[in-house]
Design a protein around this ligand. Sequence first.
Ligand code: 13P
Length: 255
Amino acid sequence: MGRRMLVAGNWKMYTTSGEGAILVQDLADELSDLDGEVEVVVGPPFTGLKAVSTVIELDHLEIGLAAQDCHWEAEGAFTGAIAPRMLLDLHVDYVIVGHSERREYFGETDETVNRKVKAVFEAGMVPIMCVGETLVTREALETDPYVRGQVTAGAAGLTPEQAERLVIAYEPIWAIGTGRMPTPESANDVARMIRATIGAMYGPPVAVKMRILYGGSVKPENAKMFFSEPDVDGGLVGGAALKADSFAGIVRAAH
Ligand code: 13P
């Protein structure tokens, strides 16, 4: 199928810029024997992007850079917000959009997620759009319609070229930071449904190229199980991305 595996670290609200610079260097050291078959991305907080980007460039590291959010407008009177082109200026490759923590604590909706997805593409970067259900939704057996709704709304209005480059991260909210996880088969079922949804919107050839990540308590010990599933093309990693050796273990599991 030819989809390149992608393992991305979401550092959330951890690491100063100095700590981030050390972490990315340590990670590069851990991964130095690998051949680049798997795409590796780190996602520091805004304040760490410049330092991490500088280390990546000076040391010619094969590591991509993600921001964790952005505004949908190109500029304006939006105190405290960061525009997509400010991220591009720091050599950011990916922007995480619609993480469940942003939806829960910062009022992100499917509509704002969609505006951000489009803005990230327009600025020349690639969104990693997060979707996923709560435990209540899962127990009510409503995961599929709920996640399908998030995908349909969040990925609306793209060109086919954009849609095939979009990365969707399926992160069941109840699995984030909890040590609880769906079975790999169940994660794959949702990933397949997400791919079918994109297929219905943009056509099967687009859906076949689009990458879908699993996120939620991914660790070196369990990563291979998820990455072996046919519709899971890598992972979005939180806690385990904050230590170079554990994140490297997850990257190895993707090989
Ligand atoms: P954990 O890996 O800590 O469960 O976090 C997952 C996540 O939210 C990544 O975006």
